[in-house]
Design a protein around this ligand. Structure first.
Ligand code: PGA
Length: 261
């Protein structure tokens, strides 16, 4: 059996935030995160304009930060785009790529998501590659095919050394923002499938963090995080509420302790 993997909890603020509210939230998270065990890592992915604020408030804390998208291009005449390297200059560690909201509302293809993953890696960011099926696809029994194509397109563009540096987030579209989380068993089943797909790329790739996302809340987090192949969560709505986000980080610590015993 492979060694126990650390837990990772990442907040995805989406298009939320205001300077004053951010400061209160970030200071509270940083303070509470200091008490977490070393095997629980915490990060927040914020809208681009807040990167400087996040950097100044979180530098030196246990909380890392990142962005929710990067351009597929390194630089140039791409009005409105933000390069991965720019986020890196503000100390970002992570970049979410291929979130279902971007695939749906910005028509991002699996191929484009793969290119964005490469740009993030080149800039020294850890890409959090999101995959997940719609309700229609789940009901048609094609969940595994869908995530296989989404992740496969990314893995095909990376060497195994590069692939070992990514994070993958399984986020069933029907569970995002709906209050209807996947059950722990449903999530674990897809995670096991993804783990096998990663392992096929190389031994080092098998242990990349595999996060679950979609209506993770304080009351379902620990059960999800106790699953064998669930290494943490990508948290949307609950990451905006200080008490909920902290409780979810603490659930990750509890799950990790349970797995160690
Ligand atoms: P949610 O969002 O936690 O609000 O369901 C998760 C996500 O979209 O990353």
């Amino acid at each position: 059996m492979s060694k126990q993997r650390a837990k990772l909890v990442v907040g995805n603020w989406k298009m939320h935030g205001r300077l004053e509210a951010n400061a209160t939230l970030l200071q509270a998270i940083a303070r509470r995160a200091a008490a977490l065990p070393a095997d629980v890592r915490v990060a927040v992915c914020v809208p681009f304009p807040y990167l400087a604020q996040v950097q100044s408030l979180l530098e030196g804390s246990r909380v890392a930060w990142g962005v929710q998208d990067v351009s597929a291009n390194a630089q140039g005449a791409y009005t409105g785009e933000v390069a991965a390297e720019m986020a890196r200059e503000f100390g970002a560690s992570f970049a979410i790529v291929g979130h279902s909201e971007r695939r749906a509302y910005h028509y991002e293809s699996a191929e484009l998501v793969a290119v964005k993953t490469q740009r993030a890696l080149e800039a020294g960011l850890t890409p959090i590659v999101c995959v997940g099926e719609t309700l229609e696809q789940r009901e048609a029994g094609t969940t595994e095919q869908v995530v296989d194509v989404q992740l496969g397109e990314v893995l095909a563009k990376l060497s195994s050394e590069e692939a070992a540096q990514i994070v993958v987030a399984y986020e069933p579209v029907w569970a995002i923002g709906t209050g209807r989380s996947a059950t722990a068993a449903q999530a674990q089943q897809v995670h096991a499938f993804l783990r096998a797909q990663l392992a096929a790329k190389g031994a080092a790739v098998a242990d990349v963090p595999l996060l679950y996302g979609g209506s993770v809340k304080p009351d379902n987090a620990e059960e999800l995080f106790r699953q064998r192949d669930i290494d943490g969560g990508l948290i949307g709505g609950a990451s905006l509420k200080e008490a909920d986000f902290i409780a979810i980080c603490e659930a990750a610590a509890a799950a990790s302790a349970a797995q160690a015993s």
